[in-house]
Design a protein. Structure first.
Length: 189
């Protein structure tokens, strides 16, 4: 299968993108490069051609539509071995408090810091700061509530990281039944 010059340019753009890249972003880059109008249909046709090329078992990665754009990702058959290597390289993980805060933001967004703290029962300043630094959340504006607190939502990087296109693809929260703490055995005597 021979690739046309437009498909090769698009393949290189998607390959070099550090996160998913939209058709509009690809189009803007190509139009700047070629100094002429590039039709969306041509870009989508090229993306489909590239997807077909990388669907072969000769490649360990493929182009996936994620977070409203396209990104090269490892095929499922190789994710476990790649995951093992990445775990060894990642030194700083999110703390439990940051993960709890992120989960609340993901499921309740947009949400303010006072709302987060009411749910968690503790101060969330440090967790919010870390999540902002890692670009997993972003500021969505100001609340109309007293003091007009900042409200937060998940970011495009969050969607990329979790491989989803919209928040509706998050797993559903299941109601948990409380577990009774019992010591010893019940006595029927």
């Amino acid at each position: 299968m021979e690739s046309d010059p437009l498909s090769l340019q698009i393949e290189a753009i998607i390959f070099c993108a550090t996160e998913s890249i939209t058709v509009e972003e690809i189009q803007a880059g190509l139009e700047d490069h070629y100094q002429s109008k590039i039709e969306t249909t041509s870009i989508l046709a090229s993306i489909n051609s590239i997807k077909e090329k990388f669907s072969s078992d000769n490649f360990s990665f493929e182009i996936i539509h994620v977070a409203g754009g396209y990104q090269f990702l490892t095929k499922p058959a190789f994710q476990s071995s790649v995951g093992s290597i990445l775990k060894q390289k990642i030194k700083k993980r999110l703390s439990t408090s940051a993960m709890e805060t992120l989960a609340i933001i993901a499921y309740r967004q947009p949400v303010s810091k006072p709302e987060l703290e009411k749910i968690r029962g503790v101060n969330c300043d440090y967790a919010i700061q870390k999540l902002l630094e890692k670009e997993l959340i972003e500021i969505a504006g100001k609340s109309d509530g007293p003091g007009r607190p900042t409200i937060y939502r998940t970011s495009k990087k969050f969607m990329d990281y979790f491989g989803i296109n919209h928040i509706g693809q998050l797993p559903e929260l299941k109601e948990l039944e409380p577990i009774e703490n019992k010591i010893g055995e019940d006595s029927d005597q």
